[in-house]
Ligand binder design. Structure first.
Ligand code: IMP
Ligand code: MG
Length: 175
């Protein structure tokens, strides 16, 4: 793996997002909803940079695979919070095609929250298949598969304390 974003760069940006969220949600008590599993590291660090009373919950959606209809939604684990009338902030590790976040927003918007916004650590805008614009973005990255800081490839590498690009054998330098 090759480091794309190192630990201090991530910490600095997560701090900045926390400062911005503290300002934007001043006087309110937002519910931060992490999409499982990838968001758990980002969510854990982000809430410690937000100086407000807040709640957290988690939502797990089935991932889309070849043969399934994109945009079709299956809830693997629902939130336990009644979000009606609440200020909901969805927290996700990465936005790629946009299908997962669009589906999560549709689901939660149907429950009539007072407000609904999305905060992502990483954005790959060049990969979008559905129009989706997150409200808070940590970093825009190129169209490369990344791991670490909660992100996995085949459930591996979530524990790396930085974000790295996976280099396939045969790519890059010979030998
Ligand atoms: P979507 O394509 O925007 O719906 O993203 C769905 C999910 O794909 C994300 O929540 C991640 O779990 C996963 N994903 C997309 N790109 C990457 C990546 O570069 N590394 C690891 N997981 C990714
Ligand atoms: Mg994910």
């Amino acid at each position: 793996v090759k480091v794309l974003l190192d630990t201090p760069a991530i910490a600095q940006r997560v701090h900045e997002l926390g400062v911005q969220l503290t300002r934007d949600y001043r006087g309110r008590r937002p519910v931060l909803i992490g999409l499982l599993k990838g968001s758990f590291v980002f969510l854990a660090d982000l809430i410690r940079q937000i100086d407000l009373p807040l709640e957290i919950d988690f939502l797990a959606l089935a991932s889309y695979r070849a043969g399934t209809t994109p945009g079709e939604l299956r809830v693997l684990k629902d939130v336990g919070t009644d979000v009606e009338g609440r200020d909901v902030l969805i927290v996700e590790d990465i936005c790629d095609t946009g299908h997962s976040l669009a589906a999560a927003c549709r689901l939660l918007a149907g429950r009539r929250p007072a407000s609904l916004r999305v905060c992502i650590l990483l954005d790959k805008p060049s990969r979008r298949q559905v129009a989706f614009q997150p409200d808070y973005v940590g970093f825009e990255i190129p169209d490369r598969f990344v791991v670490g800081y909660g992100l996995d490839r085949a459930e591996c590498h979530r524990n790396l304390p930085y974000i790295a690009v996976v280099e396939e054998p045969g790519q890059g330098q010979a030998g």
